[in-house]
Ligand binder design. Structure first.
Ligand code: AMP
Length: 399
């Protein structure tokens, strides 16, 4: 069974075709600049790589191009669309309605449209992607939600200190994101440790970063909130701050609401702090050359992660397993070392040599001998997780 995994953003669309029998990724690709001048599709996996530049007006066009590329004689990996058995869609927001992946029907589309304002940048693209695939292929479509894993949080963790009507009327609460990733790495860590029981903190550190407190496999708290802006300082996002700053800066800098939104989402984080870059490779290089603000930005990032680890250790009544994943968590050994520095009072201590020599993309327990907490690096695989969920739902539905 071949599952096409679609991750539709506002102006991009990433995809993978995965054979679920042997779990082989047949091809990976992306469409960029949808609806913007200079759009293109790139795909790897076929006899030749595809790099096609053409006008791509909307997500319908993008899906059409993807399907053509997948079946193309030179670039393609299947002979016809009949070799694609199901499509799994990454959907940003499931609101309170969707905790688990779901087979898409008319009602699901309707429900997604009703909660689209919870993710104004992503949800319209996610819904367009699903509709375009429905039109192009008569195969089951499954929606997998970034918020789903976090639906087990108790009210004390998901409610904000706002008038209760904000929750009742507008569903303002913590939802959390990166759920597919937190679920994948927590299950993999549990598998490697041989038990699902225990207190685990997962750190998804990438362009967007979030931490998750997990008890016996269930999410108890997570750092992102109503939107992916809350939590630790990120590449270009502010993370947690005093909400009064919004009015203060808007008045001082004469900003509109849209400009302020851009300021917090795109101009802040380690990018805004350092003035160098949102990419941690650039930051590390600048910091090594003595760039004062790059050093400061990294310090803030590390400190915020440590504070969340402390908070979640308190929330869970201790910690047994700490997991690092995503672009930074998997690849930046110095960052992992700095986060774990001086944390031995928690039982967190890593083997610095093992940490530093870990090959890219590998999973490992990097704890120091005798450390009470198992500190692990586990590469995330959100696409595989979406494909697996899709496969299971379609398989169940066909029984
Ligand atoms: P992701 O969002 O998970 O794709 O992570 C992307 C981020 O990972 C990039 O912005 C980089 O900052 C970071 N990253 C990737 N590779 C490395 C590396 N070798 N060292 C440090 N940071 C890295």
């Amino acid at each position: 069974m071949n599952v096409l995994v679609i991750n539709a953003g506002s102006s991009s669309l990433k995809y993978q075709l995965i054979n679920m029998v042997d779990q082989q990724v047949l091809c990976k690709g992306q469409v960029e600049r949808i609806g913007i001048e200079g759009s293109f599709l790139k795909q790897k996996g076929g006899a030749e790589e595809a790099d096609i530049h053409a006008e791509i007006k909307n997500h319908n066009d993008a899906i059409q191009m993807v399907l053509e590329a997948l079946t193309d004689a030179k670039h393609g990996v299947v002979k016809s669309l009949e070799e694609i058995d199901a499509v799994g869609h990454r959907v940003l927001h499931g609101g309170e309605k969707f905790a688990d992946p779901v087979l898409v029907d008319e009602q699901v589309i309707h429900d997604l449209e009703a909660i689209a304002d919870l993710g104004p940048l992503h949800m319209p693209a996610n819904i367009s992607g699903i509709k375009a695939c429905q039109q192009a292929m008569p195969v089951p479509q499954v929606a997998v939600f970034d918020t789903g894993f976090h639906q087990t949080m108790p009210p004390k963790a998901y409610l904000y200190g706002l008038p209760y009507e904000a929750y009742e009327k507008h569903k303002v609460r913590r939802y959390g994101f990166h759920g597919t990733s937190h679920l994948f790495v927590s299950q993999r860590a549990a598998e490697l440790r041989g038990t699902e029981k225990g207190r685990m903190i997962t750190c998804h550190l990438g362009n967007g970063s979030s931490l998750c407190a997990i008890l016996d496999g269930k999410c108890m708290d997570t750092s992102m909130g109503l939107t992916p802006l809350e939590g630790v300082v990120m590449g270009t996002r502010s993370g947690d701050m005093d909400p009064a700053i919004v009015k203060f800066i808007m008045e001082k800098e004469h900003k509109t609401i849209e400009e302020m939104d851009h300021y917090l989402n795109k101009e802040s984080g380690v990018y805004g702090l350092s003035g160098v870059s949102s990419d941690f490779r650039d930051l590390a290089k600048a910091a090594a050359e003595g760039h004062r603000r790059a050093i400061l930005a990294l310090d803030v990032f590390i400190y915020r992660i440590q504070k969340y680890i402390g908070a979640y250790a308190a929330a869970l009544g201790g910690v047994d397993t700490l997991v690092f994943t995503a672009g930074i968590g998997e690849n930046d050994h110095e960052l992992r070392q700095n986060v774990c520095r001086d944390m031995d009072f928690f039982g967190i201590a890593i083997d610095e040599e093992k940490n530093a020599s870990l090959p890219r993309g590998s999973e490992a327990d990097i704890s120091a001998p005798g450390a009470r907490v198992h500190t692990m690096v586990i590469p995330t695989d959100e696409e595989y997780m979406i494909a697996r969920d899709t496969y299971e739902i379609v398989h169940e539905a066909s029984q």
